[in-house]
Write a protein that binds this ligand. Structure first.
Ligand code: NAD
Length: 397
């Protein structure tokens, strides 16, 4: 299968590419891949063999190839054994990003260093940008292609009912060149869905979550899913919170303090870009518990941590006879190592969905997301159950 990646030279993307290619060559284990669990692996490998071709859009390091972009992150983070990178050097060297759009991606983008994007120095209209993105994707895509957004987190989109609710109006927005009302991730999602390409939004950015784009997916019978990969603190949280619920223990307050380095940390250190992430992390408690305890959610940049992310969580809760007690945990993860296998899993699951005739939001993929679309199921255990049941249903088709 082919995967078109928005944010191709980021650390999540380059780690996914390295891992996928290393596994393909039999050099790396399949640990961390949900699709390789016994519940899924036989059927998935029969339908979608473990063989990937990558391409995508970028706004940084466009003079580099996929190997050089991966090496950049590896030199900073040493996040996997060098032997894997050496084993796939030739495959990654063949990958070259196309120039994407940075439309309304926020003040943080300038901090990423020399960035180069379609609308820079040129008077391109939205229609021109859409055409350019579309040309790149069409040149790459075949029947077995999906698109995945792992570009930097954007500021929250200025939601406008008049243009975002219906497909006709969204297309009017493009024609009328209303640049202030659209972000890069939603333009990318538009082009993917318009061309029948299943789309995954691994970020909290708007992507395909605008009603107009959901309408487009339904109209073109394309499956899509998002938003924001559930890989670290939120994964632990949505797995632990049900324990309090099942035992009728009352959560009084939950503090989550996250520190991280690397490019993602630089971006999330900007208030406008950070807001999307906090909304995404914060919502889960109420969804699972049915009430909203007091919360503090903080994300801060901590340069020397690089791609390691540490989350300190403190939970204050009440038990029998109103007795107050405390629970603490520390999550110490390597972000890209947690996220990369999910990119591969999601790409395979969404292509599987397409092959089985699914379209619109695939809410059964909620298991993978912090802010799953069109569902109220946030409990990881329930989400996993739904995923397995959905997969078994499709298998029978
Ligand atoms: P990163 O900064 O290493 O990579 C992002 C890449 O996107 C960069 O190479 C950047 O140049 C590129 N980019 C930015 N705007 C773009 C645009 N408009 N078009 C094309 N490319 C663009 O970040 P990362 O750690 O790889 O994370 C990627 C995304 O995944 C972030 O939005 C992050 O919040 C999200 N995410 C990551 C995790 C995780 O790592 N565990 C979990 C959930 C969500």
């Amino acid at each position: 299968m082919k995967i078109w990646v928005f944010g191709l030279y980021g650390i999540v993307s380059t780690t996914a590419m390295t891992g996928a290619k290393a596994i393909e060559k039999g050099k790396a284990p399949k640990t961390g891949l949900v699709t390789e669990l016994p519940e899924f692996s036989e059927e998935i490998n029969k339908t979608i063999p473990f063989k990937f071709k990558f391409g995508g859009h970028e706004i940084r390091q466009l003079d580099k190839n996929g190997y050089e972009a991966t090496l950049y992150h590896w030199n900073l983070n040493r996040h996997f054994d060098r032997e894997f990178l050496d084993a796939v050097k030739d495959d990654l060297s063949e990958i070259r990003a196309k120039k994407g759009t940075a439309l309304n991606c926020g003040s943080a983008m300038e901090d990423l260093g020399e960035i180069d994007y379609l609308e820079k120095n040129e008077k391109l209209t939205l229609s021109d940008i859409v055409d350019a993105i579309e040309k790149d994707i069409k040149e790459f895509a075949d029947e077995d292609t999906v698109a995945v957004n792992v570009a930097s987190t954007e500021p929250v989109i200025k939601y406008d009912k008049q243009y975002h609710d219906r497909l006709n109006d969204f297309e009017k927005l493009i024609k009328e060149n209303k640049k202030e009302l659209i972000t890069a991730s939603s333009l990318y999602a538009y082009v993917a869905l318009k061309n029948g390409i299943p789309y995954i939004n691994f970020t909290p950015s708007s992507g395909a979550s605008l009603p107009a784009l959901k309408e487009l997916a339904e109209k073109n019978k394309v499956p899509h899913a998002g938003n924001d990969g559930k890989t670290g603190e939120t994964l632990a949280k949505t797995t632990i919170v049900p324990m309090f619920k099942y035992r009728n223990l009352k959560v009084l307050g939950w503090m989550g303090y996250n520190i991280l380095g690397d490019l993602d940390g630089v971006v999330l250190n900007h208030a406008d870009n950070k807001e999307s992430k906090i909304i995404s992390k914060d919502g889960v408690l109420e969804k699972i518990l049915g009430y909203s305890p007091f919360t503090i959610t903080e994300i801060n940049y901590f340069p020397s941590l690089q791609d390691n992310k540490t989350a300190f969580d403190f939970i204050h809760y009440e038990g029998f006879m109103g007795r107050k007690m405390k629970f603490y945990f520390i999550w110490d993860g390597i972000d890209a190592i947690l996220a990369a296998p999910l990119v591969i899993d999601l790409a395979r699951f969404i292509l599987y969905a397409k092959k089985k005739g699914e379209s619109g939001v695939v809410k059964e993929l909620a298991f993978f997301f912090k802010s799953p679309m069109d569902t109220d199921v946030y409990n990881t255990h329930e989400q996993y159950q739904l995923l397995v049941e959905w997969f078994n249903r499709l298998k029978e088709k």
